[in-house]
Design a protein around this ligand. Structure first.
Ligand SMILES: [Zn+2]
Ligand SMILES: [Zn+2]
Length: 202
């Protein structure tokens, strides 16, 4: 009984109440015995705090890494879409190269809007929304592509009797490549998000 009163004042390990604490954990401030104390750069830590410290940052780093990789792909897609609007999609005689912005239809505005919405979605990590912006842009492109194609064939048939018809050279331009890859990358970003990447390591 005397011994109990004696040691009652001494702090006891919070994990092992039967043992006297040799010190305190610098992280949680609880008394710990030498078995529980782990020396980290000259400071005592209890094992619970070390486990928390070790697992928390590792988990968040891994998640950030995966997300940023996805965001990078998505942002590349948005950028390609954005640039695609301002690159030549068709070249016309006399007029020269025409891009999505000055094709007279204003469809490029929608592509621009989808590109900007995509960037906002990627920033907020709402990757599912990229299905809408990706498919939406692809739909508008298909619509424009059809219009351009029919305009070309119409112009060529109207000009078939014209002696200058041989000079008429209407061609689709490389802007389509940017626009199409932009939409594909957006959809890829949406798809990748659905596939769990368990094996990814930093
Ligand atoms: Zn602790
Ligand atoms: Zn202990």
């Amino acid at each position: 009984m005397e011994s109990g009163a004696d040691t009652g004042e001494m702090p006891r390990c919070y994990v092992h109440p039967e043992l006297l604490a040799g010190g305190f954990c610098v992280s949680c401030g609880k008394p710990i015995c030498p078995n529980c104390a782990v020396d980290v750069a000259g400071k005592n830590n209890c094992k619970n705090c070390l486990v928390e410290k070790a697992s928390a940052p590792a988990r968040s780093t891994e998640r950030n890494f995966n997300v940023s990789k996805r965001q990078l792909v998505g942002l590349t897609g948005s950028t390609l879409l954005f640039l695609g609007v301002f690159t030549p999609i068709v070249s016309l005689p006399i007029v020269g190269s025409v891009n999505y912005f000055n094709n007279g239809k204003g469809d490029g505005i929608f592509i621009l809007a989808f590109a900007l919405i995509s960037i906002a979605l990627i920033y907020k990590e709402k990757f599912k929304g990229l299905w809408i912006t990706g498919l939406g842009s692809a739909g508008i492109m298909a619509y424009t592509f059809y219009n351009v194609e029919s305009a070309i064939s119409k112009a060529q048939s109207e000009l078939s009797d014209n002696p200058f018809a041989a000079l008429v050279n209407i061609q689709l331009q490389w802007g389509w490549a940017l626009l199409a890859s932009g939409a594909i990358l957006l959809l890829a970003t949406a798809i990748v998000n659905d596939a769990p990447e368990q094996s990814a390591k930093v």
